[in-house]
Design a binder for this molecule. Structure first.
Ligand code: TYD
Ligand code: MG
Length: 454
């Protein structure tokens, strides 16, 4: 096969060099030279071929056929939820996650679930076919005769894909693929980008759905999935709490649906099982009310979910008290403690404050502000918050309680899970006439909220 001309291109300024160097001779950035393919007659040739297929004419948007293509259900409803309703033709999906978290298991189960509705191909560069077959058997998949290919050369993979024309291709993993036109080792940034680019091109041209597996790695010789995020349509990350059997799959980018959408699975000895009512998972359900624990309703994408926020406030033994936040933002915790001091009149300056979200959940939205403050205060005073109460709301620097998105969804989820009372921002109070099976206590200011739990 003909070798392409390659050059070392700086990822910072775009300068090209013929040899690798530690520092870019042009902009002076370190470690930015990456081997890349240089096309012989780049722009002009590409422009001509696009014009020939009629793809580059200027058109008005309303004339463009924007009929949404029917989505292919993946057979796993939690997966469909994060994908925004199923697999889209021609989409490229990247699934990232730590090694051993269950990416191969999930995709094998998904391929078995779509079996019969679309032709598939499972390309494995990591395991031998007998290992894959053994896993499929262990998973008790209904049919173990899925088409599979053990290959690491992108040229061979694309040839096989062109020959068999599957509608869904899984590449496990993109880091094991390499192209013969580059000298660098499989897994390096340039190999990763080039292989992914060829697969994306194939997907767009033929309408094949491609799923790429990417291992999240420590920075080093092997590049992680982050370098591919801009090239693909959808980026999903698999997360888990060490030691827990639950697996969360989160959409961080999706051209075909909402981001931050969350799917929940549990790893069992027969593979991943869907958890369709995850609210119960993130609550500890204490027998007796305990200080420092507050239940909140967080929204992950479009799904409201109940989670328990815990805080432990204890006298500090060191001069500089510790502030530790797990699953929550550390800076926000500091800011909230300042608001609690200034507007709530509670000084925690000589106390260590630890905050945690139960079950390894990560909350990035401000709706957890008020519950976090109440948990801290409850722990500080040693007085529990009632167990039938849920709390949500953003806390502003002026001590005001600000509304959050999707208030009614959150309230109805709390009511569904059997909570009797909700402490919420005034503006999130349901409109009159809305029937909700929960008593709503609406507050405007932090001191009002704190007065509710005296
Ligand atoms: P795997 O899908 O190989 O992870 P990845 O492809 O993300 O590297 O998952 C491997 C882990 O899952 C392994 O530690 C064993 C566990 N596992 C189960 O607990 N039950 C099962 O049925 C299977 C297939 C795997
Ligand atoms: Mg794997």
């Amino acid at each position: 096969m003909a070798r392409h001309k390659t050059a070392y291109v700086c990822q910072n300024c775009g300068a090209a060099a013929s040899k690798w160097a530690g520092q870019c001779p042009d902009c002076g950035a370190w470690n930015t030279l990456v081997e890349s393919i240089v096309a012989a007659t780049p722009t002009r040739a590409a422009g001509r071929s696009a014009a020939a297929v009629g793809g580059s004419a200027v058109r008005r948007l309303h004339e463009v056929d924007a009929e949404s293509a029917p989505r292919l259900a993946s057979g796993l409803s939690e997966m469909d939820r994060v994908l925004g309703g199923g697999l889209v033709r021609g989409a490229v999906i990247l699934i990232g996650g730590d090694p051993g978290i269950g990416k191969s298991t999930l995709l094998l189960q998904m391929l078995a679930a779509v079996e019969g509705r679309v032709d598939t191909l499972y390309v494995t560069g990591e395991e031998s076919l007998s290992q894959v077959a053994l896993r499929a058997k262990r998973l008790g998949l209904p049919r173990v005769d899925l088409p599979a290919l053990a290959e690491t050369s992108i040229e061979t993979v694309l040839a096989a894909v062109s020959a068999t024309r599957p509608g869904l291709v899984v590449i496990d993993s993109i880091q094991t693929l390499y192209t013969e036109s580059l000298d660098s080792a499989p897994g390096s940034v340039s190999q990763l980008r080039e292989c992914a680019a060829q697969l994306v091109q194939h997907a767009k041209r033929t309408g094949t759905t491609v799923i790429l597996v990417g291992h999240v790695t420590k920075e080093g010789a092997i590049a992680g999935p982050r370098v591919l995020e801009h090239m693909v349509d959808t980026v999903l990350y698999f997360e888990h709490d060490p030691g827990s059997r639950f697996r969360l799959i989160r959409a961080v980018k999706n051209r075909f649906g909402a981001v931050n959408e969350l799917g929940v699975f549990a790893m069992t000895d027969a593979g991943l099982k869907e958890v369709s009512n995850p609210s119960a998972l993130f609550l500890s359900r204490h027998e007796q009310p305990v200080p420092g624990s507050v239940i909140t309703v967080t929204r992950q994408g479009t799904r409201p979910m109940l989670v328990e926020v815990q805080a432990l406030v204890d006298r500090s033994m060191i001069g500089n008290p510790r502030r530790v936040a797990l699953g929550l933002e550390g800076n926000r915790l500091n800011m909230l403690l300042a608001v609690l001091h200034r507007h709530g009149g509670v000084a925690l300056g000589d106390q260590d404050v630890f905050a945690n979200v139960v079950g390894g959940m990560r909350i990035t939205e401000p709706a957890a502000d008020l519950p976090l403050l109440m948990a801290a205060l409850s722990s500080f005073r040693g007085r529990p918050v009632p167990t039938d109460l849920v709390v949500f709301g953003e806390v502003g620097l002026a001590g005001e309680i600000r509304p959050v998105q999707g208030g009614e969804d959150r309230l109805s989820e709390a009511a569904k899970q059997g909570f009797k009372r909700a402490l919420v921002p005034e503006a999130n109070k349901p409109r009159r006439g809305t029937k909700l099976d929960i008593e709503v206590i609406a507050v405007n200011r932090l001191d009002q909220a704190l007065a509710e739990i005296q």
